[in-house]
Design a protein around this ligand. Sequence first.
Ligand SMILES: NC(=O)c1ccc[n+]([C@@H]2O[C@H](COP(=O)([O-])OP(=O)(O)OC[C@H]3O[C@@H](n4cnc5c(N)ncnc54)[C@H](OP(=O)(O)O)[C@@H]3O)[C@@H](O)[C@H]2O)c1
Length: 313
Amino acid sequence: MKAMRIHAFGDAPCLDEVEAPRPAPGRTIVEMHAATVGHIDRTVWEGRFLHHPPMPYIPGVEAAGVVRSSGRFAIGERVWLRGCGLGIRSDGTWSELIGAPDEAIGRLPDAVSMALGSAFFSPCTSAWVALHEVARVQVGERVLVTGATGAVGSVTVQLALAMGLRVHAVVRDAAQAARLPVGADAVLAEHMATSDTDLAVDALIDTVGGALLPAMLRSVAPGGRAVLVGYTAGQAVSLDLPELLQRDVVLLPLNMLRREAAGRAAVPQLLERLSDGRLCLEVTRFPLHEAAAALAWITQRGHRGRAVLAPSA
Ligand SMILES: NC(=O)c1ccc[n+]([C@@H]2O[C@H](COP(=O)([O-])OP(=O)(O)OC[C@H]3O[C@@H](n4cnc5c(N)ncnc54)[C@H](OP(=O)(O)O)[C@@H]3O)[C@@H](O)[C@H]2O)c1
């Protein structure tokens, strides 16, 4: 079978002929129909993650497909895959057939496409856990969401609006503001960075980090919470400690690998919302052999949603 493999950190993935996974107790073999390319795959590929599978390895932490062999799932069943070290500690999902522990697999409703089934887990569960488990938002509160056009940010905005929260969504320009869901208040990033906008929100869900973070923290009310999700705008932050202490904002990192159980617990209601259209996430398809293009695409400003690989024809 064919799989994309990494032979050295940062090198372009190669389309290799590799041995197909063999049936084994407790493991399911899935014919891949879609495999996501996300920021975590990039971090592992660059050699910046705490763990990586032995070289050469097949990347990919998420996918969707059809069961070909299993002791737990019916043959032909539509499923999604994520977790149990896929693409992090062992070979991942960027291959025609995926062998995975049964625990990494869940049933995918017919109404959810393979591409969406592959892509939903990280952005949807991260947004859910950030809001409910980490920020512990309450009805009536106000939230500020950065990177509101991104995969995690856009889902956070939708879930927060559905809870009846007042949502301030940080975007780059007016064109992006026009694409926000009805009910979200747009805030321009440049305005936040250069003026003293004191929105005094109860919670910040920050997906961009970097130099923008200190400005965003100034918009949190004293005693409020700031959930640190990502760093698309920069990995390093300089904080004025006297200012932070006076503002008394609680900084709360999100680690979805540690909180995977909470994410999995939210999956049924997230898939229900994706099935009936209450929740939306854009996906862009690339052929499996163009994984390098997908890895580059997700770093481009203005790209929308998730990149998924489909088996090459
Ligand atoms: N902590 C966890 O467990 C966890 C879980 C999931 C994701 N993450 C992280 O969360 C982050 C967001 O993930 P995602 O999938 O939502 O990413 P994404 O879809 O690529 O979205 C990135 C967002 O960041 C914005 N952005 C990019 N560069 C920026 C800059 N220089 N200044 C301001 N805004 C900038 C983009 O705005 P434009 O539209 O203007 O480009 C977009 O809104 C990533 O760092 C990812 O690794 C962490």
